[in-house]
Design a binder for this molecule. Structure first.
Ligand SMILES: Nc1nc2c(ncn2[C@@H]2O[C@H](COP(=O)(O)OP(=O)(O)OP(=O)(O)O)[C@@H](O)[C@H]2O)c(=O)[nH]1
Ligand SMILES: [Mg+2]
Ligand SMILES: [Zn+2]
Length: 311
């Protein structure tokens, strides 16, 4: 028996669509009877983006059997809404997470952007912000957006401004995606599909969503899907990652996921400082001195307060 390396593009929970790493051929795979998961407490052992070793079971029927998962570089999980011990694995081996945001129609709030960034920091995935619908911004909004882009760039998040409908800036996004696995997020209506269609007009995502394979699964829509835009360039689209939440994060963890706070944490007077109203707080001084943006600090406060700011 020979094992072949493949990349999981889609799963329904019992079937996995696996891309043969030798020639890009797609196999429909099941898991081996005694399958050994990677030791995470999750409801699904394998996610989109996982590399696996599989065996061809039936060449003419296109069936394969997955024997093992290869070690992951990172993964994205979503905590169960019922707060059970098990989380849902959304994706693995992600090179970057891209948030498509719009200041108008619909408005993406700064709180939402910051929650997204905190979540991906916790998964150790680089983050990119793409501001779409430039055509709808007046001069004041453009000014505001450019300040935001400067601020987020200084924190290490690459920022781009595009107008997907006019295909402006779309080439820069295509370049950003090239050769990588990117997770795409953003509120409904910000233009994710428009942007992807502008980059890869031949790829009809809608059609792919209702493939006969996907119909075999009952819960298809809750699973992420990976699309190959060009050889070696993949995007991951999932209903579950549009609103990446904070996976059960403890308040004291959250400041570590704000890059501009991270380096100051050991300068607070109290080592259990929550940076709210403690004396001698280095984070608060940095906010007062304008070294930390007020909007970022406000997002931090709403997150440690457990307030829902995901509008
Ligand atoms: N004015 C303007 N409208 C845009 C732009 N990009 C997309 N739109 C419009 O915004 C609407 C929503 O775009 P979609 O691409 O469907 O948004 P989406 O993010 O895929 O939304 P969901 O699939 O619901 O998550 C459509 O009417 C698009 O034509 C843009 O750059 N400028
Ligand atoms: Mg869409
Ligand atoms: Zn402090």
């Amino acid at each position: 028996m020979s094992l072949i390396k493949g990349l999981v593009l889609r799963s329904t929970g019992s079937w996995y669509e696996v891309r043969d790493s030798r020639d890009g051929h797609i196999w429909q795979c099941r898991l081996k009877g005694k399958f050994k998961a990677l030791g995470l407490k999750v409801t699904n052992p394998i996610a989109v983006g996982d590399y696996v070793n599989f065996e061809v079971e039936n060449e003419t029927e296109n069936f394969g059997i997955i024997h093992e998962i290869l070690p992951r570089e990172n993964y994205v999980i979503r905590q169960s809404v019922h707060k059970t011990a098990h989380a849902h694995l959304i994706a693995a081996n992600v090179d970057q997470a891209i948030l498509i945001a719009t200041l108008v129609f619909p408005r993406t709030s700064l709180g939402f952007i910051d929650r997204f960034l905190v979540a991906i920091e916790s998964f150790r995935i680089p983050g990119v912000l793409v501001f779409n619908k430039q055509d709808l911004l007046n001069d004041d909004m453009k000014e505001f957006q450019s300040e935001l882009m400067d601020m987020y760039s200084s924190l290490g998040y690459q920022c781009l401004a595009v107008t997907a409908v006019a295909e402006e800036g779309v080439g820069d996004v295509a370049e950003l995606l090239n050769g990588k696995v990117s997770l795409l997020s953003g509120h409904s209506g910000v233009g994710k599909s428009t942007l992807v269609n502008a980059i890869a007009p031949d790829l009809d995502i809608k059609t792919q969503e209702v493939s006969s394979f996907a119909n075999k699964g009952v819960h298809t829509t809750t699973f992420a899907e990976m699309f190959e835009l060009a050889p070696g360039t993949f995007i991951i689209d999932s209903p579950g990652i549009k609103e990446l939440g904070l996976a059960d994060m403890k308040p004291e963890e959250i400041s570590h996921y704000f890059p501009e706070m991270r380096d100051l944490l050991n300068q607070c007077r109290f080592n259990n400082c929550q940076h709210i109203n403690e004396p001698g707080c280095a984070v608060k001084s940095a906010v007062e001195e304008g070294e930390i943006a007020l909007s970022r600090y406000e997002s931090y406060l709403s997150m440690v307060g457990g307030q829902d700011n995901r509008k």
